[in-house]
Design a protein around this ligand. Structure first.
Ligand code: ADP
Ligand code: MG
Length: 310
């Protein structure tokens, strides 16, 4: 906060002195200012129980059972209470979220696992205006939440960020259980979604947009794209933002990312359009590399039939 100029502070202090009761230490204005500076976030408070190593204790046990990934838990998952999380760096910063590479490790052992941590932003400059279309079929259950969203208070923005995180975690969970190639959802805590890291060593897998497949690989990737879309459609989902930037390729496997805006194709009146757009946005990358156009149209038709939207 910028310091006040001398003239202002002299003026204010005179004014305050006049208003203040004899026995009050702080003026009402000062009280209010101190209140506004106080944070409700315990993470802002003094840290007196930090981990012996790492950047924080593992947040695993802070998530409720339903905020944790589906069972059976993969064998690489670390659930030890004594585990710590290390921040290894930023994988990508975005408009609505930042993705970090973290490592969860058990001190004194060689057990450690890399994970991706996607943290939704609640700051004013995020672009929640795009939310309208996607959330057409959803409702804010508690009026308090809805009012807060409308007022765009800090609480409201925090709620919105938390809702995006929850939507992504829920979609990852549903799709993982269905067999769609998505990162395993480890846990959600507030505005943070921790998931399987797709990559080798500390290097994230390249996005589809960045790979240069030969003819055979292209064929395989398109087949996988179709299979993932079929499975999603059977579950009543359109991705909502499918593209060569929201898919990565790891060891020849196509993995689908970025699911907070997942669309319920039955509840959303634009469901069919979202489905068609997903096929088009991903498929055009393939047609630009030699895939016959009719394959796109055939897939779109097949998906409409699955969803009975034909
Ligand atoms: N689980 C993950 N494993 C590896 N890389 C990831 C993972 N999740 C995200 N990324 C990387 O971060 C980028 C942004 O993630 P994404 O979920 O698409 O968020 P955004 O909303 O910012 O687009 C991805 O394109 C990918 O490169
Ligand atoms: Mg993305």
């Amino acid at each position: 906060m910028a310091r006040k100029t001398n003239s202002t502070s002299t003026f204010e202090s005179t004014r305050r002195r006049r208003r203040r009761d004899e026995d009050e230490v702080f003026s009402p204005e000062e009280q209010a200012r101190f209140e506004s500076m106080r944070s409700d976030d315990p993470a802002d408070g003094p840290v007196d129980d930090g981990p012996p190593t790492g950047d924080r204790w593992s947040i695993w046990d802070e998530s409720e059972p339903l905020q944790r990934g589906p069972k059976p838990w993969p064998e690489w998952l670390i659930t030890d209470l004594g585990a710590v999380d290390y921040e290894l760096g930023v994988l990508k910063t975005g408009k609505e979220a930042d993705v970090f590479l973290i490592e969860r490790a058990v001190p004194g052992t060689d057990r450690a696992v890399l994970m991706a941590s996607k943290r939704y932003r609640s700051a004013e400059h995020t672009q929640f205006n795009r939310a309208g279309d996607y959330t057409a079929g959803r409702t804010a259950r508690r009026t308090r939440d809805r009012r807060a969203l409308a007022k765009r208070t800090k609480f409201g923005l925090e709620q919105a960020a938390g809702r995006w995180a929850a939507a992504e975690f829920e979609a990852l969970t549903r799709l993982w259980e269905t067999g769609v190639a998505v990162p395993y959802p480890v846990q959600i805590l507030g505005t943070e979604v921790v998931m399987e890291f797709i990559g080798a060593d500390r290097t994230a897998a390249p996005r589809l947009a960045e790979v240069k497949p030969d003819e055979v690989e292209l064929e395989s990737l398109w087949e996988q794209a179709g299979e993932n879309l079929r499975l999603m459609t059977e579950q009543g989902f359109a991705h909502g933002d499918l593209s060569p930037y929201n898919t990565v390729v790891h060891d020849g496997r196509l993995v689908v990312l970025d699911l907070p805006q997942v669309v319920d194709i039955y509840a959303n009146p634009l469901g069919r359009d979202f489905l068609a757009r997903d096929v088009e946005n991903l498929g055009s990358w393939f047609t630009a590399r030699g895939l016959p156009r009719h394959e796109l149209d055939d897939l779109a038709k097949e998906l409409f039939a699955i969803a009975r939207l034909a």
